[in-house]
Design a protein around this ligand. Structure first.
Ligand SMILES: [Zn+2]
Length: 609
């Protein structure tokens, strides 16, 4: 819909009041300079009939794999475009933008998804341009031997117009001699060297800082609503807060062909009438339109986005890498770093350059992603899991779930709409069966080290102080972790022994990994059986037939919660019950019986074969 007169006047007011102009541009910006936009197969094949013959659509020719499979064809396509961009004469719209920029104290900065270098050619300061998909005027090593990015200046492609093949020699990496490729972001492209773009982005951030958000006008040119990168960027820059909070923040889009309209703005700025139409405002940017289309790349990106916390919390590339590896994404750190830098360019993710290593986080006001978020029920389940399972899950797993826990807590915050779910935790409670005790203090880091070693089957070296206060250093094979009331116990074997012991975690003074070589977990150990044998109740697994008499009122609960499946209850005279049950003998059993005082008598134990 073309803008109305009133909208145009408002836009002019914004421009007049602005201190700096941010120009965001997509593929439509190049169309009036005669550059093809490759929209759809037909657009591409009209420009490159040889690709039609080869049945290669844009996505297949514009990906790194094409340089492996058909290097001459891929370089024919990119080389031809490079020559075309070198020859193109930027249309009048560029000049008009330059003049608008000259009138503003902070001038202009360009954010473009175009790889054609037209803003530089039109005379914009190269230090005031961010090319978020790179530039065809630059190259990188296809074997990515190192991160060097070099200008394509020396490369004069000679392309056969009929076959779309490069006739001149293929450009090579000056460092290793492997094939070179354009430094542009392609489809399925995890190897794009982004250092140049990152430096540009840093300059843009510094510029935005110097202008101040409330004095910025944003003009959006030739970027379709369908293109994520440019649109997201200008929305993010233009609307960091709801409009009413930042009344002087100015953002407007040029979303229509209107000869004379930009001219009017130009006249208002410069006092001289000009005509301009930039055209093609809703066309997709070819190098971005369907990027990251493989499932794998998409899943990785989604996983990363989910795990980046909201400000003020933040995460480093290394931490994120560890979480992703723990979740089965086998990618190297460098890939994660690249993806992070790319995501932070395109979405509401901020990189904190003030810390080393860099930390990343969602901006507090960033819109939630359009992927399904946790439902209130899922949030509730996660919140309960976090509260009750934390000591029983390996530390790295808890850490890898951190993003979900944060999201779950956030979803259940008072200003959310999950009121009934939020109330649920206050409606349920696990209560103690005996006198409640506060949990003992565990030395920080001990639980993490122990659970990691248990998870990975690594020997542990422990500095341990037993209940009597004697301190020893031992090497143990961790076999199990058990929670008993408020205490945690490590079930383990000492080096050189084949019987198990339980060590209280709060008596471990320090814990370290004793070896990186995993041990074979003994087949004859079973934690469930160990528990069933009464070992956590200080027993040795001996079954006994227990008989005792108990006061009727005191013993009534044993009818409801019996000691064993074979328990029998017999009425006796004198208001007493006789109980018989097969149980594991243990110190805890004796203690339990003692706890009834005079209400219990006639205790007998018979060994069960
Ligand atoms: Zn190389």
């Amino acid at each position: 819909m073309p803008p109305t007169e009133a909208q145009w006047n408002r836009a002019l007011d914004y421009l007049r009041a602005a201190q700096g102009l941010l120009i965001t541009a997509g593929a439509g910006m190049g169309v009036d300079s005669g550059l093809p936009d490759f929209r759809g197969k037909e657009g591409l094949w009209k420009a490159y009939p040889a690709l039609r013959q080869a049945r290669l659509d844009f996505k297949r020719i514009a990906q790194p794999e094409a340089f492996d499979r058909w290097p001459a064809l891929a370089w024919g396509f990119y080389g031809h475009r490079l020559s075309m961009y070198r020859r193109a004469v930027p249309h009048a719209g560029f000049g008009i933008l330059l003049r608008w920029a000259e009138r503003l104290p902070h001038g202009a900065f360009v954010f473009t998804s175009n790889v054609d270098g037209q803003f530089q050619r039109a005379g914009f300061d190269p230090d005031r341009i961010l090319e978020c998909h790179g530039s065809l005027h630059w190259m990188q090593c296809h074997a990515h031997c190192r991160s060097r990015i070099w200008p394509a200046d020396g490369f004069e492609p000679d392309v056969d117009p009929h076959t779309c093949r490069l006739r001149s020699p293929l450009p090579l990496c000056p460092d290793c001699g492997a094939l070179a490729r354009p430094n542009v972001l392609m489809f399925n492209d995890l190897d794009w060297e982004m250092a140049r773009m990152v430096a540009q982005r840093d300059r843009l951030n510094a510029w935005l800082e110097s202008v101040g958000g409330d004095r910025l006008a944003v003009i959006e040119l030739g970027a379709g609503q369908a293109i994520p990168s440019v649109r997201h960027f200008s929305l993010r820059t233009g609307h960091p807060h709801p409009a009413h909070q930042r009344p002087r923040q100015r953002h407007f889009s040029a979303l229509g062909r209107g000869p004379g309209r930009h001219g009017a703005a130009d006249a208002a700025m410069a006092g001289r009438p000009h005509l301009i139409h930039t055209g093609g405002f809703t066309r997709p940017a070819p190098d971005m339109a369907k990027r990251s289309s493989t499932l794998e790349t998409t899943l990785l990106a989604l996983e990363m986005l989910r795990r980046i916390p909201r400000a003020p919390r933040s995460i480093t590339a290394g931490e994120l890498h560890a979480q992703l590896v723990a979740s089965g994404f086998e990618r190297d750190l460098r890939t994660i770093q690249r993806q992070l830098d790319m995501l932070s360019t395109h979405l509401g993710i901020e990189r904190d350059d003030g810390s080393a290593p860099y930390r990343y986080r969602w901006l507090p006001h960033a819109r939630p992603l359009a992927i399904p978020h946790l439902s209130p029920q899922e949030s509730l389940l996660l919140k309960l899991a976090e509260e009750h399972l934390r000591p029983l899950l390996p530390a790295h797993l808890m850490k890898s779930m951190e993003g979900f826990f944060v999201q779950a807590r956030h979803n259940l915050e008072p200003d959310g709409n999950a009121r009934l779910e939020r109330e649920w935790p206050s409606k349920i409670r696990t209560v103690a069966t005996s006198q409640p005790l506060l949990p003992p203090k565990i030395v920080p880091g001990v639980l993490e080290t122990v659970s990691e070693a248990l998870y990975h089957n690594h020997w542990l070296r422990l500095d341990y102080k037993n209940a009597a206060g004697r301190r020893t250093t031992v090497e143990v094979m961790p076999l199990g972790l058990a929670q008993q009331g408020p205490r945690l116990y490590l079930v383990c074997r000492y080096r050189g022994f084949d019987n198990e012991r339980s060590l209280a975690l709060h008596r471990i003074l320090s814990a370290g990994q004793a070896s990186t070589i995993p041990f074979d977990r003994p087949r004859d150990f079973d934690l469930a059986q160990y528990d069933a044998d009464g070992r956590f109740r200080f027993g040795e697994g001996a079954l006994v037939r227990l008989r005792f008499r108990i006061d009727r009122r005191t013993g009534h609960h044993l009818r409801e919660t019996p000691l064993s499946k074979d328990q029998t209850v017999t009425e006796c005279d004198g208001d007493r019950l006789e109980i018989a049950a097969t149980v594991v003998d243990s110190a805890m059993l004796d203690q339990w019986l003692k706890g009834f005082g005079d209400a219990v008598d006639g205790v007998q134990k018979e060994a069960v074969a």
